[in-house]
Design a protein around this ligand. Structure first.
Ligand code: NI
Ligand code: MN
Length: 226
């Protein structure tokens, strides 16, 4: 599988027959190497409702005819605006043509704010994706939690983990998360987008290597084959 990073928590996962866009955030993303209008995909997956994970979901979904897969409230929110959607909830998975998506727990919040009004959009989630013989976990925005051990038991080829601190786990807790998850490879995310979440991914990778974990930061616009 090929994984391309667009900065923040936004990735394109390409497997034979399907292109999955995870947590679309191009508009207003200072790290994005391209615009939402440049993206082609078959599915859009959103971990939670915050703008920095969903703001381009509707436009990209409509233009590509790509269903939005997310928690039930996010799915209904976008369905009411004309999108094709598939709603799930934490602990629930579904077999799609490209493979299985299961929503996991995440400890965070999940809302959409427009004109000062807050709409709450269900539970924040992580995305556990089994496709092309590999398992990938996109943790979404989350605190460290001990049930990550259970997610790790699936045997993860890759874990995409937030390291930014302030809104999510910082590097120290992300190291604890690696001890729980034990993925073959970790790709850090949700850092350096704004001043509050400035982090050094290479320093995180070195600290993780000292604990026996492989971390490979990807620069926005770059791809990695897993
Ligand atoms: Ni968030
Ligand atoms: Mn976020």
């Amino acid at each position: 599988m090929k994984l391309t990073y667009f900065g923040h928590s936004c990735f394109l996962l390409e497997v034979p027959g399907a292109r999955l866009l995870l947590d679309p955030y191009f508009t207003g993303n200072p790290l994005a190497p391209c615009r939402a209008a440049d993206v082609a995909c078959d599915y859009v997956l959103c971990s939670h409702g915050h703008e920095d994970h969903t703001c381009d979901a509707l436009e990209i979904s409509r233009r590509n005819g790509a269903p939005i897969l997310a928690n039930y409230e996010i799915a209904e929110f976008f369905a009411a605006q004309g999108a094709q959607t598939h709603g799930l909830n934490p602990g629930g998975g579904f077999d799609f043509p490209f493979g299985r998506v299961k929503l996991t727990l995440a400890f965070h919040s999940s809302s959409w704010i427009e004109n000062g009004r807050i709409t709450y959009l269900g539970e924040p989630c992580g995305l556990l994706i089994a496709t092309a013989g590999k398992k990938l976990y996109h943790a979404g925005d989350t605190a460290l939690f001990s049930d990550m051990q259970l997610i790790g038991r699936a045997g993860l080829d890759a874990a995409l983990l937030p390291i930014g601190d302030n809104f999510t786990m910082g590097p120290a807790d992300a190291l604890e998360a690696l001890d729980f998850l034990r993925p073959k490879l970790c790709i850090p995310m949700h850092y350096n987008t704004w001043p509050e979440i400035r982090q050094d991914p290479e320093r995180f990778a070195a600290a993780a290597a000292n604990r026996g974990h492989a971390v490979h930061p990807i620069r926005p616009g770059e791809s990695l084959t897993i």
